[in-house]
Structure formats: C-alpha cells, structure tokens
Design a binder for this molecule. Structure first.
Ligand code: ASP
Length: 312
C-alpha cells in the first residue's frame, strides 16, 4: 500500500441545524492544531487528543465545558480514544467536572490496563492526574436546579423524562451544540479515533451513550481504518456502528461505501440518526450523515482546512 501523507478529520456533531461562524472557525483551528502535530511527526493518537481538547475547551460544542446536563442537573460526560497499531483504547463514562474527558480517556489507556472507567471513580482518577477542573456546572445546570430537579434520581425525574421523551424514546431535539470527535492518520501509517460528549437532550441520570463504548462510538485498526461517530447513541450502540464500518473497510469497501451501507442499516432497521468520520490507512476518507447537517472538516496540509456543515 502506498503511504499517504498525514490527514486529520474532526467533527462538531450531527444534527438539525447548521453550525455558526464561531464553531466553523473553531473546527478550522482544531484541524490546524492537529495537522501541525502530525506534520511534526507526532502519532495520530496525539493529534486526535489535541484536536478534541480544543473543542472541549471552546464551550461551543456539547463536550467538555459546553456539555449538556442530565435531568438531575449534573453534567456527566463520556469520551473514548483508540489507536490502530496495537488496538489500545481508553474511555471514561459519566465523568464529572473535568474540562478534558478525552485526556482522562487517554490516561486510562496509558496508565492502566483497563479500557473503561465510570462515574465518581473516573472523576477521582482524573483528579489524581491533576486534570483541569470545570469551575461551574454552567447555566443549564442552574436552570435545572431552579426548576427543582436537582435532587437525585426520583419518580419525578422519571415522570419528566417520560413526558419529554414521548413515545419515541430518547431524542436529540435541541440543536446548536453537538458532540465532538476526530480521526487521524500519521506519517507512520497509524490511525487513531476519538470522541467526547455531554450526551443527548433529556437524559436520565446515569445514562451513557455510544461515545465511550469502543466499537460503538469509535474504532481504529491500522489494517482497516478509523471511525468516529456522532448521533443518537441508543441506536448507534445497538448496531455497534464504528466496528461494523471498520469491518466493511477490512472487507475492501471504500470509506464512503462502508459508511453508506452501515448508516443505511442504522436508519432502516432501527430508525437511528447519525454521522460518521471514516478514514482508511491509505488516506481515503468519507464524512457521511443521515441527519440534515453535520459540522465537520478535514485537512492534509495542502490548501486550506475544509470545514462545512453538510456533506454528500
Ligand atoms: N452520540 C452521543 C450520545 O448519544 C450524542 C451525539 O453524538 O450527539 O451520547
């Protein structure tokens, strides 16, 4: 296989509404930061983590300081990261008060032999490594508290959830800020994938989506490619979308075709909605979404970073 020059793809979530200017320039800045690392010889894993850190710190997306809160007013975040050479992976779920869940995920990978840490112990693990803390829970949490929902999980919370979710189950109704993710290929031909999220609208306390689940929200294998997902986690989990797309790449499908086949299955079998970044180790890539919009971009160091909110 001819070795490709490095490339990085990032996304700011799939949803109903287009991105605003601030989000577009943040995604472009992210691509520049990630590509600069790749070009200097850094591993794809470093570029993915660095890119996601920019998005988590921006407050412009549903990740890190911009994360949504759950129905009890608490912000619980999920993130994962994986590299394709040795199939190493790390993830955190329901982590609280950390600016960079993606770095907590990376630390799980680098500093332990586990793959996934959850809840308060995950938060304490991040504190142990002195990860930056969020200063406030944010205006959304204050609003939830004002409406009297801040108590722990109660019958009231469940009633509220049922009323809000209706008969269709979980939703991602409120557009604007969405999940973030990235995939990258380095000079050595290694791929990596990552994602970070504050979840969906109207989540029961303790709800975890696809993002921290290896094979669902992300997957990376140098023999096939790298995938980072966004969309309704409840559907993505049931099809194990990231692994299924990677398997199609391994069978020889091009990134666009692999994404199309699996996203079509997601929609037709279980009425899911999602977007995917798909990158193969030879540098071919696709950005596909079943939602009206997906904020995303790519750059391989030639020309300018490309950032759009709609891809064919
Ligand atoms: N996949 C995320 C989740 O279900 C949400 C998103 O991508 O917008 O938690």
């Amino acid at each position: 296989m001819t070795r490709s020059r490095p490339i990085i793809l990032v996304h700011g979530g799939a949803g109903l509404r287009g991105m605003n200017e601030a989000q577009a320039s943040c995604l472009a800045e992210t691509l520049r930061a990630g590509y600069a690392l790749l070009n200097a010889g850094a591993p794809a894993l470093d570029a993915v983590e660095a890119a996601i850190r920019v998005l988590e710190a921006s407050g412009l997306f549903n990740a890190g300081v911009g994360s949504r809160v759950q129905l009890d007013g608490v912000r619980r975040m999920d993130a994962s990261i994986m590299e394709g050479r040795h199939l190493r992976a790390g993830a955190v779920a329901a982590i609280e008060r950390i600016v960079h869940p993606i770095t907590a995920a990376r630390l799980v990978m680098d500093e332990t032999s586990h793959v996934l840490l959850v809840g308060r112990p995950a938060t304490r693990f991040a504190y142990h490594f002195k990860l930056e803390r969020q200063l406030t829970a944010g205006p959304a949490a204050r609003r939830v508290r004002r409406h009297g929902l801040a108590a722990a999980f109660t019958a009231k919370t469940l009633r509220l959830y049922k009323a809000m979710a209706g008969t269709d189950g979980p939703t991602r109704r409120r557009p604007g800020r969405e999940t973030v993710g990235a995939v990258a290929l380095d000079w050595k031909g290694t791929v990596a994938a990552g994602a970070s999220t504050g979840g969906i609208d109207c989540m029961l306390p303790g709800r975890v989506g696809d993002t921290p689940l290896i094979g669902c929200g992300v997957y990376a294998d140098d023999r096939a490619g790298a995938v980072s997902m966004t969309g309704l986690g409840e559907a993505i989990i049931r099809i194990a979308v990231a692994k299924e797309i990677t398997d199609r790449l391994a069978e020889g499908l091009a990134p666009g075709a692999a994404a199309r086949v699996v996203l079509t299955k997601l929609v037709s079998r279980i009425r899911g909605a999602a977007g995917a970044l798909v990158l193969s180790p030879d540098g071919r890539f696709a950005i596909k979404h079943t939602t009206p919009r997906m904020a995303a971009g790519y750059w391989n160091g030639t020309g300018k970073p490309v950032v759009r909110d709609q891809f064919a």
